[in-house]
Design a protein around this ligand. Structure first.
Ligand code: PLP
Length: 440
């Protein structure tokens, strides 16, 4: 490991400076995403250290903000993209080589991506169906092609992100040799690819190992490949008492399971790069006792906040746990349900979780919001999407895709806190939500 630059194995919500976050909320309003680019760099460093011989790409779907893309690119990772939009944003952020994992790709996506390829972008397309290969051939693509294989093995923190065994993804394992052989005539066949699911933990290592071993077997069977991509899915500890993933152990298990192959190992984590680099700030706007009684007593209360499932979808969609911290005051604990303003029962961040009694106006921080946070935000209930600020101790000069510091940028320092801060994404307004309506 290269020590300091790789940082601690996890950043907990308690490690963020309450004073600095409060200042940001006061200045930029809430709900507000805060992303620490230094932490993104540390996470990238740890991945590169753990997988020194592998090709490491960032699954950009976890957070496609331009500052994050540029930071990960500067750290030396490639980009793995799931749509034409992601491909274009990665190219705009300065990535030289882009991998496009085509999942049931709409025609427009294929057209846009192949236009970029024709204009000279170093592109690898990962196809997950014979039909997709045919559509690429029909469009005149004869470039770098990898085959997404369904290894019949899945892993993940929730059934909705366990992709490995689902028929939606990839071609059946047993059909892969024949499809690869057929594709070699028309394409530069460079690799095989599989992704088990998201949220691989120490417990799930067996499934990961099995997937990798199957991919190793396939690579030896078909031969003549540049890479074997075993996907992403490296988990992060969402609960405060959950231990961090032992990345070196995952890397060792991966290499061991892959065995001796004449091809480079490739991995494409998303969450691991950004999850603990982000928090969501939200303000309490309503407090009410659950079963009647007094909000100053000990009965459970519902704290209504100004962020909701439209801001951070993971709790509603995956029953995901996110740590929540009251930044305003340390008060006696009671069971608290933190609920958003969306008219849906599932619009909850937690239910009856012990935490300091909230009061109207309190500022709450929701941890591990950097991955699949803003990306999954929506405007349901006509709620404009939130703003995002990024911070870093020492902003690096940016190339084509980077963000520049403007006169409005602020610098804070010290106390393990937040340093140079800049607005990365403006808060949407209702006008953004209604802008495309034609029948006004
Ligand atoms: N690769 C593929 C093909 C994926 O579908 C995903 C996530 O859905 C990832 C990589 C990244 O997964 P994670 O963010 O869990 O690392």
């Amino acid at each position: 490991m290269s020590g300091e630059a790789a940082g601690p194995t996890v950043r907990r919500l308690a490690d963020w400076s309450a004073a600095d976050l409060t200042e940001l909320a006061d200045e930029y309003g809430t709900p507000l995403y805060v992303t620490d680019l230094d932490r993104v760099r540390e996470n990238a460093r740890r991945l590169l250290d753990a997988f020194p011989d592998a090709a490491v790409s960032y699954a950009v779907k976890a957070h496609t903000g331009r500052a994050v893309l540029a930071t990960v690119r500067d750290a030396g990772l490639g980009a793995e993209c799931a749509s034409a939009g992601e491909v274009v944003r990665a190219i705009d952020a300065g990535y030289d080589a882009v991998q496009y994992t085509a999942v049931n790709p709409p025609a427009e996506d294929l057209d846009i991506v192949l236009d970029r390829w024709r204009s000279g972008v170093d592109l690898t397309v990962v196809a997950g169906a014979r039909d997709t290969i045919d559509r690429l051939r029909d469009r005149g693509f004869d470039g770098r092609l990898a085959l997404r294989v369904n290894p019949g093995v899945g892993a993940g923190h929730h059934e909705k992100v366990t992709t490995g065994g689902h028929a939606k993804f990839g071609v059946p394992y047993d059909r892969a040799p024949e499809l690869l052989a057929g594709a070699r005539a028309d394409f530069d066949v460079v690799g095989i690819h599989a992704h088990a699911g998201s949220g691989i933990s120490g417990d799930d290592l067996a499934a990961h190992r099995e997937l990798v071993a199957r991919m190793g077997d396939l690579a030896r069977e078909v031969g003549d490949l540049e890479f074997v991509d075993v996907g992403g899915g490296f988990g992060v500890p969402y609960r405060e008492d959950e231990p961090p993933l032992d990345l070196d152990a995952v890397a060792d298990a991966t290499r061991e399971a892959l065995g001796d192959v004449d091809a480079q190992l490739a991995v494409e984590p998303g969450r691991y790069l950004v999850a603990d680099a982000g928090v969501l700030l939200t303000r309490v706007n309503t407090v009410k006792p659950v079963d009647g009684g007094d909000t100053d007593g000990t009965v459970p209360v519902v704290a209504g906040v100004d962020a909701g499932m439209t801001t951070l979808l993971r709790p509603a969609m995956y029953d995901a746990y996110h740590a929540i911290r009251n930044l305003t005051d340390e008060r006696p604990e009671r069971p608290v349900t933190v609920a958003g303003p969306v008219c849906e029962t599932s619009d909850l961040f937690c239910e009856r979780r012990p935490m300091p009694t909230p009061r109207r106006g309190d500022l709450l921080a929701i941890g591990n919001a950097g991955a699949y946070g803003y990306e999954m935000a929506s405007t349901y209930n006509s709620r404009p999407r939130p703003a995002e600020v990024v911070c870093e101790a020492s902003p690096t000069p940016r190339g084509a895709g980077g963000e520049r510091r403007s006169p409005g940028n602020r610098t804070r320092s010290g106390n393990g806190g937040i340093d140079a801060v800049r607005l990365a994404r403006e808060r949407e307004t209702l006008a953004h939500v209604t802008d495309l309506e034609v029948d006004r």
